[in-house]
Structure formats: C-alpha cells, structure tokens
Design a protein around this ligand. Structure first.
Ligand SMILES: *Cc1c(COP(=O)(O)O)cnc(C)c1O
Length: 524
C-alpha cells in the first residue's frame, strides 16, 4: 500500500519497510556476464558450423524420432528454476544446427531463403535483446529512422517520385501482398472498410487479374479479402512463363462481360516457380488504360534492381502502384524482412482505414510522422530493417549487386550445362537465379514411372548431399534449383546432375521389368 504518512515512520516513500510486502524475485537469467559467456558458446558453435564447407543438403529426420530427442533434452525439474545446464544448452544448439537445411553449404539449392550474411545474424541477436518493436517511433527510434533511410536508398533503383512514395516493412512477402491488395481494394471502394463487401458489389463482383503462375499468397489474399479465389482472373503465360501481353486485354474484356469488376492487376517480378519477370512496362500501360491498380510481386526478383546490369529487366516497375520486395531472399538477411513500397504515400494509409490512423496522420508531430503502425497490420513488429540497414551502412550497395550478379551468371551457366546434357530437358531460359528442368533419359518416353521427377527429388534429398525442390510446370513435375549461395560453382552443378542420374537409376532399377540404359557418355 502507498504510505502517505512517511514522516511518522521516517522512511522514504519508495523504500521497503521492515516487513517485506513482496519477496524479491531472484534469477541469474538476466546477468550480463552470464549472457556474454553463453552468447560466446553459441557464437563458437556457429563458427564451427560456418567453417564446415562440406557439400550437404538436409539430414531429414523422422519427426517422431526428433520429437523424442527434443523431449529428452528438457529438464525434469518442476518445482524450482532449474540451474543452468551448459550441456543441455549446447545439445539443443547442436540439434538445431544439425537438423536444419544446410543453407550455408553449396549443396543447398532448393529454396529462396538465403544463407544469411552472418553479421546480419549477429545484428538479429542485437534486435532480439534490445527488443524495440518498430511500429512506433517512440518504441524503436533508430529502426524507424533506418526505415526512412533504406526506403530512400532502395527507391533510387525503383524510381518513384521522391516526395510522394512511401515504404513500410512487413513480416514477410505474403503479408506485404495482402496489405497491398487491401490498399487496392479500399482505394477502389473507399466504403469497403466500414460497410464490408456489400459496398464492393455495387460495381459488379470484385476481381483481380493475376498471372497463371502467381504466388499462392495472392490466391490466399483473394480469399481473405472476401474476393474469393473464383474471382481471380487468370492471365495466360507464354513459353517463358511471362504474362502473355497480347492476351491480357481480351481476358479483361471477357471478365467484364461475365459481370466481374477487375480492380487490380498483379504482375510478378521473379515468379516463384521459374523466376520469370512479367513485362512490367506493357502491363502498366494496360493497367492505366483499364484504371486498374497495378501491384508488382517482386518478393523474389525486386532485388535485381540494385544491380545496374540487371535493372533493365524490371523496366516499368516505377509505374506500379505498389511493390513487394523480400530482403530475406535476394538481399541475404534473416527472415522475415519484407518491404512494401507504394507510389503514393496516401494510398498506403488506405489499407487499414481506421479512425486511429487518420487521427494521428492529421495531427502528425515530428515523432509520430515516423510511425509505421498506420500502414502495417502488425502491432508489435520486429525491427526488421536493422539487419539490412547495418549491412548496407557498412558495405554499401556493391556487395548486394555483385552477389546477385554472380548468382544470375551462375544460373545461366547451369542452364548451359543442363542444356548440353542430352538426358536432361530444359524448360525455360533463366532470367534470375532459378532454374527448372527435368531428367528425361533416352528411351524415357517409353518408360512410365508416375511422379518420376518427384521421386528423383525425394531421393536426392534423402541422400543428403544436395537439397533441391520440385515444382509443377504445365501440370508436370519438374526439378528446381535456386542459387542463393555464391560458393556454388559450376562443378557443383555437374555433381548434382550426376547425383540425379544415380537417383534415377536407383528408382528405375527398383521398378520391375524396366531395363534402363543410362546415357553412355554422361560427363561425370
Ligand atoms: C517468396 C514469395 C512470396 C512470399 O513471400 P514470403 O516472404 O515467403 O511470405 C510471394 N511472392 C513471390 C513471388 C515469392 O517468391
């Protein structure tokens, strides 16, 4: 209880009295020396992990076995705080390291998340310990300033008008896409936020035009927004998996005849399946003529903008109303770190049309002018930008452009290697760092093995040397590699092809009655 009569007891009002009201809570978990000692243990383990240059993919464990192993690592103490057990700490650390996809190995070629720059990982620890959630300037001053800086730095490569654009960070590209589509919907139906979908049906069924190859987060967003997956108007792609420009207008016209009100067109700058970049400039023209919001999903490929050599591939991107850009993919920082750009600042506030955001927008002071809460869905949000900004601040743009250029060159070389191998089939010419192909050995057309490519992928994964992925292209499975690691060299690609041949031989050998002649002069 708060004592007012402190002169009588002669104690300071905030000092404990003889009788303790609350026993103090004692723990060494927050001790600074303790922190340093065990942070060093973790750093040493990570150093050993980074030193290991073995070519390896994933050691895929039976999840129930792993569950038991993990449970066995838990303390049995239930009554008091268990004492720190260094052995247990190390064992958990090592189990974590061992069971992951080995993203720092040249054997990792399967996914779009990167082997992060370790220094960015160190900074992520700093983020976690400082814990400054970044939706409000007050809670995260430097992160909000760094957001402003990075938005300007990166916009130099996008080309939006400097005093009109804005950027907000989101926890992942999927959330950035959802947020952008929400802003697009609310821009078209300003009443939609309050009145709900009822307000949106006045002009016809709301619909979004997307590429056949659009990412599933766009499909999900349509579901979440109440637009419905059925109202996605699919734009056909050509042989290089880009939206076929000549077919867009006819498809839009047909949608209109069918009572759909298309309000947004989503293009991809780097499709997930093959890394194809849609013809943004032409699409922007079509979007403008049809009064559509144009959103570019550049989660994967927007990073190509930082390279002078690769930027022309994204020509027209400055005409997009919004742009999703994942830094945790091609800018090599820990996930998640996604950036959502808007051409027009005011439109960004349309996504979450709440009184609150309007109020503080109108009464903006120098501090709240740096808040991002009005533009992002998260309330508590990690200071996502810091890992990126620290690398950018220390190394500058060239680190990113040089690494991205290498990965794209490597991918071109991989295409050549696959193209020259007579028992492989290429599917597309790579535009970024993703390559899809199929293993089609001689005589294969006579051998019916269902899910052959998928089985190859699974066997390669199980062998543990390479981690590659699988994707369906034109309803047929294909093998997919994504180059995120600059330590991958052409010889690793040749080794992968050899591994694929061996896997295929194993699979075919197990099928009864199939005689299989591997290609006689395969190069390995
Ligand atoms: C990865 C990706 C996404 C999803 O982004 P997350 O950060 O994984 O949520 C969306 N679109 C494209 C084209 C992608 O490659």
């Amino acid at each position: 209880m708060y004592r007012t009569n402190y002169t009588a007891t002669n104690t300071h009002p905030f000092q404990a009295t003889a009788k303790q009201e609350v026993a103090p809570f004692k723990t060494d978990l927050f001790d600074a020396d303790f922190f340093r000692e065990h942070a060093e243990t973790a750093v040493a383990e990570l150093q050993a992990y980074l030193t290991d240059k073995t070519v390896k993919g994933l050691n895929l464990t039976d999840p129930f076995t792993l569950l038991k192993t993990a449970e066995a690592l838990m303390t049995k103490e239930t009554e008091t705080i268990a004492p720190f057990d260094k052995k247990r700490f190390r064992a958990i650390l090592n189990l974590y390291i061992k069971t992951g996809i080995q993203v720092h190995s040249p054997g990792y070629m399967g996914r779009q998340f990167s082997g992060v720059v370790p220094l960015a990982g160190v900074f992520d620890m700093v983020n976690s310990v400082l814990n400054q959630p970044s939706s409000f300037y007050e809670a995260a001053q430097l992160p909000n300033v760094a957001e402003r800086i990075m938005s300007r730095e990166l916009n130099r490569f996008i080309g939006y008008e400097e005093d009109r654009f804005t950027m907000v960070t989101t926890s992942g590209g999927s959330l950035a896409n959802l947020t952008a589509l929400l802003a697009a919907r609310n821009n078209e139906w300003p009443d939609g936020w309050k009145k709900g979908m009822k307000a949106c049906h006045e002009k016809g069924m709301p619909a979004i035009a997307v590429s056949e190859d659009t990412h599933y987060s766009i499909t999900r967003a349509a579901g979440i927004l109440g637009i419905g997956e059925n109202q996605l108007v699919r734009l056909p792609v050509d042989a290089s998996r880009k939206i076929c420009i000549g077919k867009v207008q006819p498809v839009l016209d047909e949608a209109k005849r069918n009572g759909l009100h298309v309000f947004c067109l989503v293009a991809s700058a780097g499709t997930t399946s093959v890394g194809a970049i849609d013809p943004l400039d032409e699409l922007a023209g079509i979007a403008r003529r049809n009064r559509l919001w144009m959103h570019v999903d550049g989660a994967h490929g927007a990073s190509l903008l930082v390279s002078d050599r690769l930027r022309p591939r994204l020509k027209g991107i400055e005409k997009a109303d919004s742009l999703t850009w994942d830094a945790h993919k091609m800018l090599f920082v820990p996930s998640p770190c996604s950036l959502l750009f808007y051409k027009e600042k005011e439109k960004s506030y349309g996504a979450f049309h709440q009184e609150a955001s309007y109020v503080f927008e109108k009464q903006e002071d120098i501090y709240t002018g740096f808040d991002s809460a009005g533009k992002n869905f998260e309330c508590t949000k990690r200071p996502l930008i810091m890992n990126l900004w620290v690398l950018w601040a220390i190394y500058g743009r060239a680190f990113f452009s040089e690494k991205i250029e290498y990965l794209c060159r490597l991918c071109k070389e991989a295409y050549k290697i696959v193209e020259e191998a007579p028992d492989f089939e290429t599917i597309h010419r790579p535009e970024s760092n993703i390559l899809c192909f199929r293993y089609k050995p001689h005589g294969m057309q006579h051998v019916i093995v269902p899910d052959f490519q998928t089985e190859i992928r699974n066997r390669v994964r199980k062998n543990g040397t390479f981690f590659i992925s699988k994707v369906d292209i034109d309803k047929e499975a294909a093998l997919r590699v994504v180059f995120m690691n600059h330590e991958i060299r052409p010889e690793h690609i040749r080794r992968l092809l050899h591994e694929i041949r061996e896997a295929a031989r194993g699979i075919l050998g197990e099928k009864n009655g199939i005689i299989y002649h591997p290609y006689p002069d395969s190069t390995l």
